[in-house]
Design a protein around this ligand. Structure first.
Ligand SMILES: C[S@@+](CC[C@H](N)C(=O)[O-])C[C@H]1O[C@@H](n2cnc3c(N)ncnc32)[C@H](O)[C@@H]1O
Length: 165
């Protein structure tokens, strides 16, 4: 619903922040938050993420990418729908500046392990926690909307942090 972006917008007035999502009620909620807090350094792209990254961004143009709680698609026949796939990770690595970070989180352990495996295999990225290891929660990450729902059900969270070589 854009809560994390509004939070970062307030925390970091000197950053240019971009959200990408296809969920229009969430985009509407974000626009209301931007207006309420007069956040003029924030933009939202209403497009599918890999298409948007391919079309709108140059290589090495992003300081950091944050993907928190991507849809886990738990059923095996739906795994191909998961956002974190080798091709998408290669695209992310291409668009992030050398030294820039890629931060992720999931509360679905099998997907967290899948992400760790796919990301550890991308040669352009370094796992900041060490290969095969999850990271601590980034100090700049608020509890997201999706995470709060999981917390109420007692779900644990796995964080990942990578750096572009
Ligand atoms: C489980 S929600 C998590 C939202 C938020 N990060 C949070 O933690 O509350 C996953 C979000 O990813 C969006 N999404 C899924 N696949 C996408 C894609 N390929 N491109 C852009 N957005 C996508 C969905 O519309 C949804 O808003």
């Amino acid at each position: 619903m854009g809560h994390a972006l509004v939070h970062w917008g307030k925390q970091h007035p000197d950053w240019n922040l971009l959200g990408i999502d296809v969920y229009q009620p969430g985009i509407g909620s974000l626009l209301l938050g931007m207006e309420a807090h007069n956040l003029v350094h924030l933009r939202i792209i209403n497009e599918e993420a890999s298409g948007a990254l391919t079309e709108f961004f140059d290589p090495a143009s992003l300081d950091e990418v944050r993907i928190y709680f991507p849809d886990p698609w738990p059923k095996k026949r739906h795994h191909k729908r998961r956002l974190i796939q080798p091709g998408f990770v290669a695209l992310l690595a291409d668009r992030i500046k050398p030294g820039g970070r890629l931060l992720l989180a999931s509360d679905w352990q099998p997907y967290a392990e899948w992400m760790l495996d796919v990301l550890d295999r991308e040669l352009a990225l370094t796992n900041l926690a060490g290969p095969g290891h999850f990271a601590e929660c980034d100090s700049d990450r608020p509890v997201t909307n999706f995470e709060a729902r999981g917390q109420a059900l007692g779900f644990a969270v796995w964080n990942l942090a990578f750096k572009r070589r």
